[in-house]
Write a protein that binds this ligand. Structure first.
Ligand SMILES: NC(=O)c1ccc[n+]([C@@H]2O[C@H](COP(=O)([O-])OP(=O)(O)OC[C@H]3O[C@@H](n4cnc5c(N)ncnc54)[C@H](O)[C@@H]3O)[C@@H](O)[C@H]2O)c1
Length: 394
């Protein structure tokens, strides 16, 4: 039987006591490698037998990824398809995919607010796991709180209900935004004061608590990681407060200058996309329910000034200015309410989380990738065309 422990009325994240769980303690820590890639799904009921010739053989899980066209979803879909086969990973979003994305595997257009449509997708595709990425991010949510409440809360309620009815494993990411101004700012642990004052944070705390409720009450295999800001070069970020840490690279390479919307000393936890995807897959594929539903994961913490200094090691002429402190950007208040660094020791202990990218490696890779994109744009733009300059400066 699962037991919950809470430390105070303000403490909202619960840690499940570990000894009652039939946990395979000897399982090797699950770095994303060949072993993970071949990890199969045990069939526990005949209803789950779908894509195999031998009805009793283990088979790959069928995974539905909502929000699959976003910054994180597209990379995750790619990795999961490499592990489980294209046909076993159903990508979904409310938007239309590119031809290239659509050609790579099944895609269904679905609004996560449409419960009956999601229900049909789960049944028709015989889904086993859902990775629920559809959400409005912090800055977008703050500009449209009503829509954020709807998408971020009703969407989660829908997928949790589906997980309960169809006995699915479910992963929904949380965020450093689920903490708040009264949370201890440095080395913030998994279990602490959580009083978010942004609509994004409120909806993500709702996700954590509701997921834990479904796990406790209905035995739903709910898993979640609190992501920090995520850096990626290939897919643009979706409107978060940490987006500056991606924008800065594009501006550094294209213009040699960036005006940062956060102040120079705003320290926030971050990680590189590949680490985020690997950590997510390790948590998602862990063979048994872990002691906690929700884990902090992080790689590095830095300020805009520290990031600019690291970029200058490669682009010595790069300059950076900041928004007028007398008239701060609305994202400054959001960032100020978030932790500066996270304690993710429980993730490291319980499922072997470990980042591969620190600041130096991340910066070098971001610059290389974005430089390659700019070079390709230059090559493909017709010589002497008036649009050449505009394309490079977009
Ligand atoms: N990117 C980060 O730095 C970061 C950090 C912490 C947590 N997260 C979380 O990770 C998840 C994925 O983030 P992301 O950066 O890929 O976000 P994103 O904004 O890039 O992608 C979100 C996707 O959700 C889709 N969507 C929006 N409304 C929808 C609806 N009603 N129905 C179906 N789909 C809908 C959008 O079309 C978009 O493709 C989110 O839950 C986010 O809160 C992200």
């Amino acid at each position: 039987m699962l037991k919950l422990t809470t430390t105070s009325m303000l403490t909202s994240s619960t840690r499940i006591l570990r000894q009652p769980l039939a946990r395979a303690t000897t399982i090797a820590l699950s770095r994303y490698n060949a072993a993970t890639a071949t990890r199969l799904f045990s069939i526990s009921s005949s209803a789950n037998v779908a894509n195999t010739n031998t009805p009793t053989a283990p088979r790959h899980p069928r995974v539905l990824v909502t929000g699959s066209l976003g910054q994180l979803g597209s990379g995750l879909v790619k990795e999961l398809r490499q592990m489980y086969g294209n046909e076993n990973v159903v990508a979904s979003d409310i938007r239309k995919p590119s031809d290239e994305f659509a050609a790579n595997g099944p895609f269904v257009c679905a609004d996560v607010l449409n419960y009956s449509l999601l229900d049909r997708i789960v049944a028709d595709w015989r889904i086993d796991w859902i990775v629920h990425y559809s959400a409005l991010l912090s800055a977008v949510a703050e500009k449209n709180p009503a829509l954020a409440l709807s998408v971020n809360m009703t969407g989660v309620q829908n997928v949790l209900e589906l997980a309960k009815i169809h006995r699915l494993r479910i992963f929904v990411p949380s965020t450093i935004g689920a903490f708040g101004p009264s949370t201890p700012k440095y080395n913030t642990p998994d279990l602490t004061i959580m009083r978010p004052n942004t609509i994004y944070g409120i909806t993500k705390l709702h996700t954590e608590l509701l997921g834990e409720y479904y796990r406790e009450k209905f035995g739903v295999d709910f898993r979640s990681a609190r992501y920090p800001g995520v850096l990626s070069a290939d897919v643009p970020p979706g409107g978060g407060t940490t987006d500056y840490a991606v924008d800065i690279f594009h501006h550094a390479i294209r213009h040699g200058h960036y005006t940062c919307f956060l102040s120079k000393d705003t320290r926030l936890p971050m990680m590189y996309l590949d680490d985020c995807i690997r950590g997510t897959i390790d948590l998602l594929t862990y063979p048994t329910m872990l002691p906690q539903s929700v884990y902090n994961i992080t790689a590095v913490s830095f300020t805009p000034e520290e990031l600019a200094n690291e970029i200058r090691k490669h682009l010595p002429h790069f300059t950076m200015s900041y928004s007028d402190p007398a008239r701060p950007d609305f994202r400054q208040a959001i960032a100020d309410s978030w932790p500066a660094s996270l304690d993710d020791s429980m993730a490291r202990k319980d499922f072997g989380w470990k980042e591969e990218y620190g600041l130096e490696r991340m910066v070098k890779l971001m610059l290389d990738k974005i430089q390659a994109q700019v070079d390709a744009e230059k090559k493909s733009a017709p010589i002497d065309s008036p649009s050449t300059t505009a394309a490079v400066a977009a």
